[in-house]
Ligand binder design. Structure first.
Ligand code: PLP
Length: 387
């Protein structure tokens, strides 16, 4: 039975370029902070990975501190949000603007800041569209920070963060704009400058790099105005923003994966978008409903089944060698209907009957057609949940 992996928003397979780079890095045991030959070898790997990730973000000439490697995307967002809130820079504004469908790595840190006295406004993303009227209503001098994801990990909605950041900065030039770009990185075209972001979170394992490596892009302005303070204190690695000896093997894999994905993106993204379209068209005339946002990333399709629980269909597909997801990997563990799908506008019942199908550059037309046939068979044969 051929395996069909359609859960690439949860994680992706390691690409050959990342694997090769990691194997090479395993031979380099030096500490990049050491001043001798072994240290210099490790520092060179670190430097070239930083350049590759920077270049993938459109930043060819990074200044010291503009790209900080972390242990994952979650840590990068925690550094962005808590590190900005705790920076010494004089703070007069108190409002943080975000969406009602952020990943828990952002939402849970914002709850913490809310408990510490910040006012957090969560803009509606009903139907997968950002409510720009609410954004405009809160674009004023009290905006301390905006934190918005580029692409939603469950629905694939691509939010107009550029527009929001521009509005925020014109209302308050000192507002800090953070973007969780984990799902959009090297899937939808953008650069750090085109987003107008001060801080951008990315993660290696969503772009065919290894798990356990992320990075935070930091704008020159943030550095100049000293708006970010570290969370991990220690030996001062990563320009003082993230102490701890760097994970050279993982970081090397990240750099190689970023370079490979950047090279493929121009072909891979439209190809994935065409496959998503094939899936959506294949579902038309069936009871399976597509939860399609107005502007969607090329690799994620969310569907609601007709009264069949997500897990029932997920296991049915798994028996046929097809891997999809009942939501994000995080909400799959947490139980309960996905708050993102509720924010999208689904009922609890519909949210509990939804699947996320997420593609990679390796997905083929045949994979999509096999999935469609399996979904239709499941639709016919699986026991419907009681109405
Ligand atoms: N942000 C989004 C939108 C994600 O989808 C994920 C992972 O699923 C993360 C952040 C967290 O990234 P990591 O797994 O590297 O911590």
């Amino acid at each position: 039975m051929k395996e069909i992996y359609l859960d690439n928003s949860a994680t992706t397979a390691l690409c050959p370029e990342a694997k090769a780079a990691m194997c090479r890095a395993m031979e380099v045991f030096g500490n990049p902070s050491s001043l001798h030959k072994r240290g210099a070898e490790a520092a060179k790997l670190l430097r070239s990975a930083r350049e590759a990730v920077g270049e993938a973000l459109g930043e060819r000439f990074l200044k010291d501190g503009q790209l900080i490697f972390t242990s994952c995307g979650t840590e990068a967002s925690a550094l962005a949000l808590l590190g900005t809130a705790r920076a010494k820079a004089r703070r007069v504004a108190h409002t943080i603007l975000t969406t009602d469908s952020e990943h828990p790595s952002v939402e849970n840190n914002l709850r913490l800041l809310e408990n510490e006295g910040f006012r957090v406004i969560r803009v509606s993303t009903a139907g997968g569209a950002l409510d720009m009227d609410t954004v405009r209503a809160h674009a004023n001098a009290d905006l301390f920070m905006v934190s918005m994801m580029l692409v939603n990990n469950e629905t694939g909605a691509r939010y107009p963060v550029e527009e929001v950041f521009a509005l925020a900065k014109s209302a308050n030039p000192s507002c800090v704009c953070h973007c969780d770009a984990v799902q959009g990185f090297l899937k939808v075209p953008f650069t750090a400058r085109s987003l107008g972001a001060d801080l951008i979170t990315v993660s290696a394992h969503k772009i065919h790099g290894p798990k356990g490596v992320g990075a935070l892009y930091v704008s020159e302005r943030m550095l100049r105005e000293r708006r970010l303070s570290p969370l991990l204190l220690g030996g001062g690695q990563e320009f003082g923003f993230r102490s701890g000896t760097e994970n050279i093997i993982g970081i090397s894999g990240f750099g190689a994966a970023a370079a490979a994905a950047a090279g493929q993106m121009r072909v891979a993204s439209p190809r994935m978008a065409a496959l998503c379209q094939r899936l959506i068209e294949g579902l038309s005339g069936h009871e399976i409903r597509v939860n399609r946002p107005p502007v969607a990333a090329p690799h994620i399709v969310n569907v609601t089944l007709p009264d069949i629980r997500s897990e029932t269909m997920l296991h049915f597909l798994a028996d046929k060698g097809i891997s999809v997801s009942a939501g994000s990997a995080c909400s799959a563990r947490g139980g309960g209907p996905s708050s993102v799908l509720l924010a999208f506008g689904l009922s609890e019942r519909a949210a509990a009957s939804s699947l996320r199908i997420s593609l990679s550059h390796e997905t083929s037309e045949e994979d999509i057609d096999t999935l469609l046939l399996a979904l239709f068979e499941g639709e016919r044969t699986l026991v419907r949940a009681k109405r």
